[in-house]
Design a protein around this ligand. Structure first.
Ligand SMILES: [Cu+2]
Length: 344
């Protein structure tokens, strides 16, 4: 289960080495680095992108179920969604003090029909004020997306007016911090005609971790960088969890993926090696299966807070890697294995 995380540390050593050479008047001068030579010598800064040392005593991570939940029965739903602080292993050896909806990162996936009434009952068991913003709702931000303190409750009610894969997240200031520390999840609204049955339905939320010290909340300064450099980019909260625990899919069967990019800041270019997507509904725009011109799709691009529904059929037995095709992030945890086998 151990994950080798070498690259960011090597990078950090290289950056620190350049700084040390510059300060010592080595072959790389401050001028060459673009610094103002009138400035005082630079103190060796904390290396950019440095990971804390892995903790050998960190508990193993909890595998997040990749199967999409069934749609809720009926047309009115009362859903309890407690806000809970939780120590979470986000990669072997790395623990974050997360703030969660429902005790997991991402929060639970909720699935309803178009037109349903959704009432979400939140209780803040956390240590600070939080709030919630359902992108599937249409409501003024100062009406329901309001902060509520530890011990308080809030009921957020809306009608699911539009179909799609929607984000929910905490909107308490600074929102970047609350999202980056784990406060997001997926809400699926089925279209008017429902979804056709398929063999396997999966749900993935892509997101980033910007690690602080072990066992602490994320590093807000790191997450706030103009060119953010996450330590991990993950599917369903944990780096490489589906690489280490492959997901079975049926050869020549139909697979549907509900996909959300929760960010907070990095795009997804979702691709499954060795497959072609014949159906993609991204933010309400549809590529339809068996379209007369024969169009297909290789990767689905999602900016933060965008969602998609993707379908494909693996054509032969074997291994299919899902990645974000921004390959600098594949080595940081954004990879999983779908294992196709013929089901007789
Ligand atoms: Cu929050």
């Amino acid at each position: 289960m151990m994950l080798s995380i070498r690259r960011p540390r090597l990078l950090a050593v290289a950056v620190a080495g350049v700084l040390a050479a510059a300060v010592a008047g080595g072959p790389l001068s401050l001028v060459a680095l673009g610094a103002d030579p009138s400035m005082a010598p630079m103190a060796p800064a904390a290396p950019v992108g440095a990971l804390p040392a892995p903790d050998p005593n960190a508990p193993p991570y909890t595998l997040f179920d990749p199967m999409a939940p069934a749609v809720l029965e009926g047309t009115e739903h009362d859903i309890d969604l407690p806000i809970v602080d939780r120590q979470m292993t986000v990669a072997p050896g790395y623990v974050v003090s997360t703030w969660t909806f429902g005790g997991s990162v991402p929060g639970p996936t909720i699935r309803v029909h178009l037109g349903d009434t959704v009432r979400v009952h939140l209780t803040n068991h956390g240590s600070m004020s939080h709030s919630i913003d359902f992108h599937a709702s249409q409501t003024a931000m100062d009406h329901q997306m309001v902060d509520f303190a530890p011990g308080e409750t809030l009921t957020y009610e809306f009608t699911a007016d539009y179909a799609g894969v929607w984000m929910y997240h905490c909107g308490t200031q600074p929102t970047l911090l609350h999202i980056a520390n784990g406060m997001y999840g997926m809400l699926i609204v089925e279209p008017r005609s429902g979804f056709e049955p398929v063999d396997t339905e999966l749900a993935f939320v892509q997101s980033e971790w910007y690690l602080g010290a072990q066992g602490q909340p994320i590093d807000f300064a790191k997450a706030s960088a103009g060119a953010p450099a996450p330590d991990f980019v993950v599917f369903n909260g944990v780096a490489n969890q589906y690489k280490e625990n492959p997901i079975s899919i049926p050869t020549k069967g139909r697979v549907r993926v509900f996909l959300l990019d929760a960010g907070p800041s990095i795009d997804s270019s979702y691709h499954i090696v060795g497959t072609i997507f014949d159906t993609v509904i991204k933010e309400g725009i549809e590529l339809a299966r068996d379209n007369p011109e024969g169009w297909g799709s290789q990767a689905v691009d999602l900016s933060p807070a965008q969602g998609a529904i993707i379908e494909f059929s693996p054509q032969e037995d074997g291994m299919y890697a899902m990645v974000t095709h921004a390959f600098n992030f594949v080595g940081r945890g954004a990879v999983g294995i779908l294992q196709a086998s013929s089901m007789e």
